[in-house]
Ligand binder design. Structure first.
Ligand SMILES: Cc1cc2nc3c(=O)[nH]c(=O)nc-3n(C[C@H](O)[C@H](O)[C@H](O)COP(=O)(O)OP(=O)(O)OC[C@H]3O[C@@H](n4cnc5c(N)ncnc54)[C@H](O)[C@@H]3O)c2cc1C
Length: 454
């Protein structure tokens, strides 16, 4: 049996960050796919890039922002509108979200409903923000051995739909889009999580909106380069047993079964995998892992071949009400800076989330492309006939949104089990920053247990 000091399971950002922080030790990372990066997946299309995964990070001081700077990547603020909305047949851009009731194409009763529900959401958002001061910035430093999260327990026991309350159908469609962006339906989402993630928009608390030129996959690529041969791809872990003096891992690679023993492990794959492969989990941990819900996305990235400037150049994100797509992103808006050279062409990213995505998981690429392009043409008629290459990715386990009752399960979820430490976006408020931070924290905790310097 192969023997190692540390084994890391899962090569998304969390596993890569953990391996990077342990690279001076005898460490191996086992990744099931043939590529690392997990839910971050970007490809270069000079002078642009395509993305079918995460695309925004938390700012220069966030874990992702710090890594980007360390690797000499260009952090790019997103100058464009991130709050545009498309309802009926109208694109509304710019302005404060609180003023949306007066600007969207809505019947009078729907306007009133948006004001009422908006006030309820605003109250909840203020309460949630007061209980979770750091959520939106992702730069909190953890002192303990594993991540804690703060929040409003009463809000967390309710669903986002409970908090919004009864809404006019046209307004309910908008809230549905907001929940779908997080891969959930409004009734599935924790009230605390929804109020924080969605309601914060309502109180004009603009998040730090920033990306990396070339896409966030550049950070995964740089991490993978730095950890080099410590990564084994195509290695699917099937069984993990915690022993008094370490862990035993069984994995499959190229049709063969391998056994590996290590002193410590970082489990950085999904919560679903944790529950499936780790033997004899304590009952509260198994229950908490089962409570983590992953909503689906169907994502499409596209290149466009416009010869010059377009009306959407100064726009980053559009939320669509009542359509197949929840969101369209003008991925390369960071390059459209005033006074800069506007190269021909461009790229877009778009996705359907939650039930609408679930219904498309088994659809053909042609069908997905047709439905998505119908929405693109409705929002940006000038792009008709200009979409070139498309890249479709179905992600059944897209995002571990918080379901009601998530807050009370934090300790059970994040707590180590024997010498197995846990990392991944599901351990916190899910994001790339959370993934990196949890990986780094797991590495730090292992170093402490081994009596090494952080
Ligand atoms: C469409 C989309 C848009 C998003 N947008 C943003 C955004 O703009 N900003 C943001 O911050 N976040 C965003 N996110 C969320 C972000 O992508 C994730 O929070 C983050 O990438 C999670 O990283 P991770 O390492 O925790 O998990 P993952 O990236 O899922 O990595 C887990 C890895 O474990 C591997 N694995 C699973 N099972 C096994 C096994 N049994 N054995 C070995 N390996 C295994 C998987 O193959 C995978 O590579 C988005 C997500 C999606 C899908």
């Amino acid at each position: 049996m192969e023997s190692r000091e540390i084994v890391v399971i899962g090569g998304g950002l969390a596993g890569l960050a953990a391996t990077d922080a342990l690279k001076d030790r005898d460490v191996v990372l086992l990744e099931a796919d043939e590529r690392v990066g997990g839910r971050v997946f970007t490809q270069r299309r000079q002078p642009y890039w395509l993305s079918v995964g995460a695309h925004i990070l938390g700012g220069p001081d966030s874990p992702m922002g710090k890594l980007a700077q360390e690797f000499g990547l260009t952090l790019a603020p997103i100058p464009g509108d991130t709050m545009a909305m498309f309802t009926g047949d109208r694109l509304v851009r710019g302005g404060k979200p609180e003023l949306a009731p007066f600007r969207l194409a809505l019947p009078p009763r729907a306007r009133l409903s948006l004001v009422r529900t908006g006030l309820r959401l605003r109250r909840a958002a203020l309460r949630a923000a007061a209980a979770t001061p750091d959520m939106t910035h992702g730069n909190r430093e953890f002192a303990g051995e594993y991540p804690t999260v703060e929040g409003d327990e009463a809000l967390d026991r309710k669903s986002f739909a409970d908090i919004v309350g009864h809404a006019h159908p046209a307004v309910a469609a908008l809230y549905r889009t907001a929940a779908n962006r997080l891969s959930a339906e409004p009734g599935e989402l924790s009230g605390h999580f929804g109020a924080n993630a969605i309601g914060s928009l309502w109180v004009s608390k603009r998040r730090y909106v920033m990306t990396v030129e070339g896409g966030l996959g550049e950070i995964a690529r740089c991490l993978a380069e730095r950890v080099g041969a410590r990564v084994t791809t195509g290695a699917r872990v099937r069984h993990v047993v915690a022993r008094d003096d370490g862990v035993e891992v069984t994995f499959e690679r190229r049709g063969e079964t391998h056994n590996l023993r290590a002193r410590h492990a970082v489990f950085a794959a999904t919560a679903i995998a944790a529950r499936e492969v780790i033997a004899d989990l304590p009952a509260d941990k198994a229950e908490a892992l089962g409570h983590v819900r992953y909503g689906p996305y169907v994502v499409m990235a596209a290149t466009t071949r416009e010869p010059g400037p377009m009306a959407h150049d100064d726009l980053y994100a559009v939320a669509l009400g009542g359509r197949t797509l929840a969101m369209i992103f003008n991925t390369v808006n960071p390059l459209r800076v005033p006074g800069g050279v506007r190269q021909p062409g461009g790229t877009l990213m778009m996705y359907a989330g939650a039930d609408r995505a679930a219904a498309l998981l088994s659809a053909s690429d042609d069908e997905i492309r047709r439905l998505f392009l119908d929405d693109v043409h409705a929002v940006f008629p000038a792009l008709r006939g200009l979409v070139d290459e498309t890249w479709i990715r179905r992600i059944p386990h897209g995002y571990p949104f918080w379901a009601p009752g998530r807050l009370g399960r934090q300790d059970a979820l994040a707590r180590p089990f024997g010498n197995i430490f846990f990392a991944g976006d599901w351990i916190e408020y899910p994001s790339t920053d959370a993934a990196v931070r949890s990986g780094q924290l797991a590495a730090r905790s292992i170093r402490r247990r081994m009596g090494l310097a952080a």
